[in-house]
Design a protein around this ligand. Structure first.
Ligand SMILES: Nc1nc2c(ncn2[C@@H]2O[C@H](COP(=O)(O)OP(=O)(O)O)[C@@H](O)[C@H]2O)c(=O)[nH]1
Ligand SMILES: [Mg+2]
Ligand SMILES: [Zn+2]
Length: 303
């Protein structure tokens, strides 16, 4: 039987088979070739399931993934955790303030998504809390990312989510963003029930305790929304230094005109990227984010 993995239950999985939710197990030695992850099966996976006479169900096979999003563990093990598979788009929820989301965070997130080839839509939330100056800043940021080809929305989840059903329908969407930006509030609002915890207490928990949190998929508008509680971003993925600029659309564009074709845009002569930053064609914030990711690659060598 074919099923869709909806949720991890720790050592087993909740799998939707013919409209019915079944708990499915995996054999201890179950592995997928080529991926070193702590979880061989992920939310969003399509799987083959065999149910035995004793009523237990077993996952025998994971179908090839269209894509998958991993989170690399921060320790030295270099193990990774698959957050979700077969994702159509990521909604990155951002608040300019309350709490502040840095452009570096946004840009690193976008770059990683580029590497996964998963489209990102940026949703700026809590605009009801912004001052006049901040609203202007927001406009500028939206313009910046729209110019790069990213769709953006600006709203207050607590007031209106009218635009979102159209954005989400028929798609598998991973919801992401820093803690406190309003992800749970949005889910509750869209799904019409208290599906996930909201508020300050749970946020304090997210930060203070190292509880294991699992992704979960919720049906919505002929599509699915994947919530990854307690997880801010994707975590970075391993990149070669030369590769980083490929994931910053405008930097990649200008890099074609650099004097040296292995230019890293860190002060080399004849660097078209540096010139474009000076001329205001590339936003300084984007260039800073690029340098920060590049710095990570440097660090990576010594791990
Ligand atoms: N003023 C305002 N508060 C919001 C908005 N959206 C969410 N919040 C509040 O922000 C806090 C954190 O929201 P939550 O959904 O738990 O964030 P999460 O950590 O991303 O899941 C809660 O107290 C929400 O009520 C909004 O659009 N405007
Ligand atoms: Mg939450
Ligand atoms: Zn250059």
């Amino acid at each position: 039987m074919r099923g869709l993995v909806i949720k991890s239950l720790g050592s087993s999985y909740a799998v939707l088979i013919d409209g019915e939710m079944r708990e499915c197990h995996i054999k201890g030695n179950f592995r997928i070739r080529g991926i070193r992850s702590t979880n061989p099966v992920a939310v969003g996976d399509y799987v083959q399931v065999e149910c035995l006479a004793d009523g237990t169900c077993w996952i025998s096979e994971v179908e090839d993934r269209r894509n998958y999003i991993i989170r690399r563990s921060t320790n030295l093990s270099k193990q990774s955790h698959i957050l979700a598979a077969n994702v159509d788009q990521v909604v990155l929820m951002v608040t300019l303030n309350h709490p502040q989301t840095s452009t570096t965070f946004v840009d690193r997130f976008l770059a990683t998504a580029e590497a996964y080839r998963v489209p990102v839509v940026i949703v700026f939330n809590k605009i009801d809390l912004l001052t006049k100056e901040e609203l202007q800043q927001l406009q500028n940021l939206r313009q910046l990312y729209e110019n790069l080809g990213y769709a953006t929305y600006a709203l207050s989840v607590v007031h209106s989510t009218d635009e979102l059903p159209t954005l989400l329908q028929n798609k598998v969407t991973l919801l992401s963003g820093n803690s406190g930006v309003g992800k749970s509030t949005l889910l509750n609002c869209l799904l019409g029930e208290e599906v996930t915890r909201t508020g300050k207490i749970s946020d304090a928990h997210d930060k203070g305790m190292h509880t294991t949190t699992f992704s979960e998929m919720y049906p919505y508008q002929q599509g699915w929304i994947i919530d990854t509680p307690g997880i801010k971003g994707f975590g970075s993925i391993l990149m070669e230094k030369e590769e980083v600029s490929h994931y910053f659309r405008e930097i990649f564009q200008y890099s074609a005109q650099c004097k040296y074709n292995n230019c890293l845009h860190t002060g080399e002569p004849g660097c078209a990227v540096a010139q474009a930053v000076m001329d205001g064609h590339i936003a300084e914030s984007r260039f800073m984010s690029y340098l920060s990711l590049l710095g990570d690659c440097e660090e990576e060598k010594y791990r």
